[in-house]
Design a protein around this ligand. Structure first.
Ligand code: SAM
Length: 255
């Protein structure tokens, strides 16, 4: 019977599920959120954007990689500022929505690039939330960054895992444990895994960054913009007024 579970699930099953799920839902996702995401490099539903934060600057002449790029809006935006950015995603259907030329379909766990070629790697809610073993994935991303280069990624703020995924007031009362690291898993009628999300606490993320031999430079918890009236799943102006929804980890590969 189809259902939801909190249980362990390995990387291969998670990646296979992500690929099929995002292929099947790409059209809907881009219909719902495309206009919002087309506004630049958007780090999360709060509306925090690279134009204001400039975490990846300087752009002109730099070479970057966006992982879990979806329709590559971030890469396309940085290209307007003079960067050359490859956008990579596991889902062909997500990449098909891109208005950008440098596209690669790949699993973010194993990048088809040589060592130390990018000035920066970034990801807005891409790949990492859908995979176990964040330390190993980040180490692979670090491999392709030049010494001194940056790795910046945003994910659902870990505190959200203790609250129901609702944009309304019931989403403001903690119902689960922040410390429950079991992945969220959806299964179909045959018991096959069709969707996964993997939770890490703030401390777990910092541990994974250390395992990958990266230095954490900034942890940004963007506040909900007053001009932003959208509801995006469990994210909303109401919840945004009370709880962080996104965590942006800005790291550096040591020299
Ligand atoms: C929430 S969407 C984010 C897309 C885009 N960054 C944005 O902000 O709209 C997550 C993306 O991660 C991609 N993804 C999931 N697992 C992946 C993996 N193992 N390797 C590469 N991309 C993956 C999905 O295909 C999807 O495009």
């Amino acid at each position: 019977m189809a259902g939801l579970a909190r249980r362990d699930v390995d990387g291969d099953i998670s990646a296979r599920a992500a690929r099929a799920w995002w292929d099947a839902h790409a059209r809907q996702y881009l219909l719902e959120h495309g206009t919002f995401l087309d506004a630049g490099l958007i780090w999360g539903p709060e509306g925090a954007n690279e134009l204001e934060l400039a975490i990846l600057a300087p752009y002109d002449g730099s070479v970057g990689l966006e992982i879990g790029s979806g329709a590559a809006q971030g890469a396309a935006y940085l290209a307007t500022l003079g960067a050359r950015v490859i956008a990579a995603d596991i889902s062909f259907e997500m990449l098909k929505g891109a208005k950008h030329d440098l596209l690669v379909q790949t699993d973010g766990r194993l990048l088809p690039f040589p060592d130390e070629i990018f000035d920066f790697v970034f990801s807005a809610y891409g790949a990492l939330p859908f995979l176990p073993d964040a330390g190993r994935v980040l180490a692979e991303w670090r491999r392709v960054i030049k010494p001194g280069g940056r790795l910046v990624f945003s994910v659902t703020h870990p505190i959200r895992w203790a609250f129901p995924d609702s944009p309304n007031s019931d989403g403001l009362t903690a119902s689960g444990s922040y410390f429950d690291r079991r992945p969220y898993v959806e299964e179909n009628d045959l018991g096959e895994v069709i969707y996964t999300e993997h939770h890490r606490t703030i401390g777990d993320w910092i541990g994974a960054i250390n395992v990958a031999e990266l230095q954490l430079i900034r942890l940004i918890e963007p506040e909900w913009k007053s001009s932003n009236a959208q509801i995006w799943g469990g994210w909303s102006p109401l919840r945004g007024a009370h709880l962080p929804g996104t965590a942006i980890f800005a790291c550096q590969r040591p020299n």
